[in-house]
Design a protein around this ligand. Structure first.
Ligand code: SAM
Length: 250
């Protein structure tokens, strides 16, 4: 398991301030309600700063957020309430006697599992943590889009009253392992002190095809409920960077 998201986590919510967590949470709840009506207990792997998890708990679900980054957990912890808690662990190793109705891994968490060994551990563990008929819902980078569009160098600039963050992302494609190394160089300007600091972090991301995920699902005790483009529910194609998979434990 790679532990990225250390220095990066302090700027995570600022970098993704335009991400529509409310819309995404409503979309996930719609899937849960459609395919597992009486679900109440959710485990969210890679819960990050806890934004989705908090929304699920406010909508009446009991939620445990599992996140390997201590820094992310620190940011999420103030959101804790009677139906929401956070644990520092990973999707491969989280261990508890409680069983859940739904397991989630949102915003490319499964794409951070770059080796077959990590994927095997993760699918085995998710299956163990779910009750029979429980759902496993996740989104990943989709190979046809990644290999047609090809990842590009990108720069994102974002600021608030205190800081300005410039994030440069430079991808390296590894053709034979389905992995993209995204090297982030982050420049942070402290506006009050007029000081600039630099952070560097490389995120290894794996992209997946549907048959590859279906094979994993079958081997580890799941069947496919549905797959489509994340959020829009369109049929995946060469322009679909992120697909959502809804699996059910047999
Ligand atoms: C792009 S962030 C998404 C965070 C959050 N789900 C969101 O939507 O804002 C990916 C998250 O996956 C976590 N992660 C990476 N490897 C993981 C693993 N093996 N098990 C669980 N989470 C992992 C990272 O620490 C990070 O918080």
């Amino acid at each position: 398991m790679q532990e990225v998201f250390n220095v990066y986590s302090s700027y995570y919510d600022l970098i993704y301030k335009d991400k529509d967590y409310n819309r995404e949470a409503d979309y996930v709840i719609e899937l849960i309600t459609k395919y597992h009506k009486n679900a109440i207990d959710i485990i969210e792997f890679g819960s990050g700063t806890g934004k989705h998890a908090e929304l699920f708990s406010l909508k009446g679900f009991n939620v445990v957020g599992v996140e390997p980054s201590a820094e992310m957990i620190k940011i999420a912890t103030p959101k804790t309430n009677t139906s929401l808690s956070f644990v520092q662990s990973s999707i491969e190793s989280y261990n508890n006697t409680k069983d859940f109705d739904v397991a989630l891994a949102l915003f490319h968490v499964i794409s951070y599992l770059t080796t077959n060994e990590d994927l095997e551990k993760a699918f085995t563990n998710v299956c163990k943590r779910l009750k029979k008929d429980g759902l496993f819902i996740f989104d990943v980078w989709y190979s046809p889009a990644v290999l047609t569009q090809l990842p590009e160098k990108r720069t994102k600039t974002i600021e608030n009253d205190l800081i300005k963050v410039i994030r440069n992302a430079e991808p390296t494609i590894h053709w034979n392992t389905n992995i993209i190394d995204v090297a982030y160089k982050i420049e942070v300007l402290n506006k009050l002190e007029q000081k600039i600091s630099h952070l560097y972090e490389t995120h290894k991301m794996r992209h997946f095809s549907i048959p590859e995920l279906l094979l994993l699902a079958k081997v580890y005790g799941f069947e496919l409920v549905t797959t489509h483009e994340f959020l829009t529910k369109k049929i995946p194609g060469a322009d679909t960077w992120g697909i959502c998979m809804v699996l059910q434990k047999k």
